[in-house]
Design a protein around this ligand. Structure first.
Ligand code: S3P
Length: 439
């Protein structure tokens, strides 16, 4: 989407963040609900599904492989599962837009189907590393052609997979999930060990749908040949989307906001832990478990923030939240130092460089390092920044305007629709002053 029919935001300074908001459904869980629902026996009913372009790309891919899917309609999706071996060859390539999760998880799920399939994506996705999935899949016996280690991926028909023991070289839920999904089609057991905990939505949903998965510390084992049973899936609000309003309230004096029914899976709450260390005022209430995932209402009130050294063990638990956390750091007193976060360089954009460039433009001292950044809290000025088509960077700079000395113009914002449809409307309701210019 980046480039064509684009949008820019002009965000006027000032504002207080208030109210009770419900942000859209969790992106990771929405993808997985379609994938596992499609392979299940029976009809899976999903509510709270994210109607953003990324999750819709996954939905369209399964429709193209013959799965009857009704919706989405106000977050409700009905998936008529075709069973583990019921997918059909799509008539064309599967275009996955901006979505790394779709491409990496599908490469595992489709590696052993009886048909050839090609996975493609937009400009950003076409530049992202795929050997992290195709190398271990090749060890399992998959025959996948990359384009210099990047998309398009051409998956050949009829590979016979065998289980492997694999130590992930990086903390990546996408790679772990890819191998677990491939492991359902492999002979014997597939064991994946991760260097640090990453989101475990795949493991939880597999278990919830009756597929045996053994989790032992940092090691997950799955055996091929079992089946999935349809179920009801209530997708919680996405903590990654809630983050923009959490940071907004944390930096704007007088703010008091409650984000409703947000997923607080322990592998996703790095943002809460990091903001707490910075001195934020955060309270959880109405904690409950829904469909195997913990949820809560998150209330954030303004409190002055201080710069910190971000603990490295929090990095995978907050991996998508750093662009917004960098804005919190820019508004904090003192220095914030991030290390051990080289994965940020291979997200939808190079999030270390792009954020550092934007912050510098706005007058904040932000020095990128190989695996992180050093940000000196200061006074945010006005200016024109480029999101490089990265949804989370666009939304982060929108939040920065709350504390800016003048308006911030943010270019290349159309991809906000990949993860957060309705962001501008909700931001206006919450107290941001955003103008959208269609180009
Ligand atoms: C995701 C895993 C993370 C995250 C991405 C979604 C997932 O990627 O950044 O937005 O749904 O599994 P990595 O596994 O590459 O860290």
């Amino acid at each position: 989407m980046s480039g064509e029919n684009n949008k820019k935001y002009i965000v006027h300074p000032g504002g207080v963040i208030q109210g009770e908001l419900r942000v859209p459904g969790d992106k990771s869980i929405s993808h997985r609900s379609i994938m596992l629902g499609a392979l299940a026996e029976g009809t899976t009913q999903v509510s709270g599904f994210l109607e953003g372009e990324d999750a819709l790309a996954t939905l369209a891919a399964f429709r193209a492989m013959g799965v009857e899917i009704i919706g989405p309609d106000k977050g409700k999706v009905t998936i008529h599962g075709v069973g583990m071996h019921g997918l059909k060859a799509p008539e064309a390539e599967l275009y996955l837009g901006n979505s790394g999760t779709s491409m990496r998880l599908l490469s595992g799920l489709l590696a052993a189907q009886g048909f050839e399939v090609t996975l493609t994506g937009d400009k950003s996705l076409s530049g992202r590393p795929m050997k992290r999935v195709t190398d271990p899949l090749a060890l399992m016996g998959a025959d996948i052609e990359t384009t210099d280690g990047k998309p398009p991926l051409k998956l050949k028909a009829g590979s016979q997979l065998e289980g492997i023991n694999y130590e992930l070289p990086m903390a990546s839920a996408q790679v772990k999930s890819c191998l677990l999904l491939a492991g359902m089609y492999a002979e014997g057991k597939t064991t994946v060990t991760e260097p640090a905990p990453t989101r475990d939505h795949t493991e939880r949903m597999l278990k919830g749908m009756g597929y045996p998965v053994d989790v032992n510390g940092s090691t997950v084992t799955i055996e091929g040949g079992h089946s999935l049973k349809a179920c009801e899936i209530d997708v919680p609000a996405d903590i990654s989307s809630a983050t923009f309003f959490m940071v907004a309230a944390a930096i704007a004096p007088g703010s008091d906001v409650t984000l409703k029914h947000v997923g607080i899976n322990p592998t996703r709450i790095g943002v809460i832990n990091i903001l707490n260390l910075m001195g934020a005022d955060i309270m959880l209430s109405n904690e409950e478990e829904t469909g195997g995932e913990p949820v809560a209402d998150i209330r954030v009130k303004y409190a002055p923030l201080k710069g910190i050294q971000i603990p490295e063990d929090q990095v995978p638990l907050a991996i998508d939240e750093f662009p917004a956390l960098f804005i919190a750091a820019a508004c904090a007193e003192g220095q914030t130092v991030l290390t051990g976060a080289e994965e940020l360089r291979v997200k939808e954009s190079d999030r270390i460089q792009v954020m550092a460039d934007g912050l510098e433009t706005l007058g904040i001292d932000a020095k990128p390092t190989e695996d992180g950044i050093v940000i000196q809290g200061g006074v945010i000025g006005s200016g024109e920044v480029d999101s490089h088509g990265d949804h989370r960077i666009a939304m982060s700079f929108a939040v920065a305007a709350l504390q800016a000395g003048g308006s911030i113009q943010i270019n290349d914002c159309a991809n906000v629709a990949t993860s957060f449809p309705g962001f501008v409307e909700l931001a206006l309701e919450a107290g941001l002053n955003i103008e959208v210019i269609d180009e």
